[in-house]
Design a protein around this ligand. Structure first.
Ligand code: ATP
Ligand code: MG
Length: 415
């Protein structure tokens, strides 16, 4: 038997219904905030991802040479693609552009709970407005999405990557070396960050001060303690968040995004019930377009790990009832089989979701099948009833049966 590749999943109908349900909620929330959906290719030129994300990304991506000798990669994230699309197609569009996407990403990672090689991201990008209200808008959307999904316990943390970047620059670390150090700090790998800092001539007290910054975490009271431009910016951001009614936000200067391109505000949402793989959303502001040959354009975006947030909802035991079939149509015998199909077709045209027996089952077996599909009603098509222009419908929950004239059938089934 052929198995699916490591780190991938199959989604059976029930799971798919659940996924579509939540996906639809996220779409609605994004649209209600004035964002519009886009879709980009699942594979891109590898260069798109290596251009700025640095060499580390190569180990994490599925890349290959295609038959024409081109270096191609399955996308590990969608932000780079959206910015590429913006530069290719949308630079003259009125700004800001507020875009969202949903789709799968691929990373060559060690599979574990909440970590797959094929997974789904629901993300949004705001392109074109360099100010705190743009960041507030992105954070507001992320928060609204998590709320709309119904996740009960989560932490929203905001930081400013400019603080650590500024500190590293002051200590003499070249800008192009900062990314690797920040990646270590993101994972709290202090033992690996220290030698890197030393290699750039940073003294022990400098290293201590950098590490201390990543430990600064708390509530809004910290706002007055953060100095410089990042401090001023964060104060402004929190005023807009406040106006949006988002007050349960923590400040955490240890919020460092793994990818290189973040420059300003960074934020994350964590679901503590997930343990180690608890980060369900990550985002921040960046200027990516200049890397791809466009003018520098200020953007803010985030991506929700769709699979992870669904896992969190599962841990919190949120009930999900899939949409039921309205009716299952079954004939009492051979003589009404064709008429059953005619009735099913008519009900479908009238907008109901209807199934019909395809297995030539005897009535009792067909009734069992009707129950198994979860249909709300069985429509029993018998020749005696038909002669009177009627069918019998059975409420599958109560077992109650009643005779309904054919012309009133759709109405009776939708009641
Ligand atoms: P992590 O530190 O957990 O690897 P990341 O910083 O690599 O996350 P991002 O690139 O910001 O993650 O992606 C956004 C979100 O996508 C993450 O917050 C997470 O929920 C989800 N995600 C990332 N990698 C995977 C994966 N391999 N499988 C499932 N979800 C993932
Ligand atoms: Mg990762």
């Amino acid at each position: 038997m052929i198995q699916r590749p490591r780190g991938t999943r199959d989604f059976l109908p029930e799971e798919m219904e659940r996924r579509r349900h939540y996906e639809q909620i996220l779409r609605q929330v994004a649209c209600s905030h004035g964002f519009r959906e886009v879709s980009t290719p699942i594979f891109e030129n590898t260069e798109l991802f290596t251009a700025k994300s640095g060499p580390n990304i190569v180990e994490e991506i599925y890349s290959f040479e295609d038959k024409g000798g081109r270096e191609i990669a399955l996308r590990p994230e969608v932000t780079a693609s959206v910015i590429r699309m913006f530069i290719n197609e949308m630079t003259s569009a009125p700004r800001p552009l507020k875009l969202f996407y949903f789709g799968q990403c691929f990373r060559y990672e060690r599979p574990q709970s909440g970590r797959y090689r094929e997974f789904y991201q629901f993300g949004a990008e705001i392109i074109g407005a360099p100010n705190a209200e743009t960041d507030a808008e992105a954070i507001a959307l992320a928060a609204a999405m998590v709320e709309a999904l119904g996740l009960r316990e989560y932490d929203l943390k905001v930081g400013h990557i400019g603080i650590l970047r500024g500190q590293l620059a002051e200590l003499g670390v070249p800008a192009d070396a900062a990314g690797e150090i920040l990646q270590k700090l993101d994972k709290k790998l202090y033992d690996e960050a220290a030698p890197l800092l030393r290699s750039h001539g940073v003294q022990e007290d400098g290293i201590e001060s950098v590490f201390a910054t990543t430990q600064v975490a708390g509530g809004k009271e910290l706002l007055s303690e953060i100095g410089g431009e990042p401090g001023r910016y964060l104060n402004e951001l929190f005023r807009f968040l406040d106006a949006y009614g988002i007050d349960d936000v923590a400040i955490d200067l240890g919020t460092v995004r793994g990818l290189d391109y973040y420059t300003g505000v960074v934020f994350e949402v964590e679901a503590p019930c997930l343990g180690a793989e608890k980060q369900v959303c990550g985002g921040g502001s960046y200027t990516l377009s200049e890397v791809f040959g466009g003018e520098p354009v200020f953007s803010t975006g985030f991506a929700i790990g769709f699979d992870r947030i669904l896992l969190a909802l599962e841990r919190e035991e949120h009930a999900f009832d899939g949409k039921k079939l309205d009716a299952y149509v079954l004939p009492t015998g051979e003589e009404t089989r064709e008429e059953s199909f005619r009735i099913a077709a008519r009900l479908r045209r009238e907008g109901l979701s209807v199934d019909v027996d395809l297995m030539r089952r005897k009535m009792s077996k067909a009734m069992k099948q009707a129950a198994a599909t979860g249909a709300r009603f069985a429509v029993i098509v018998g020749s005696k009833d038909l002669a009177e222009g009627a069918v019998t419908i059975r409420d599958m929950d109560s077992g109650e049966q009643s005779l309904v004239p054919l012309e009133g059938l759709a109405k009776a089934l939708s009641a």
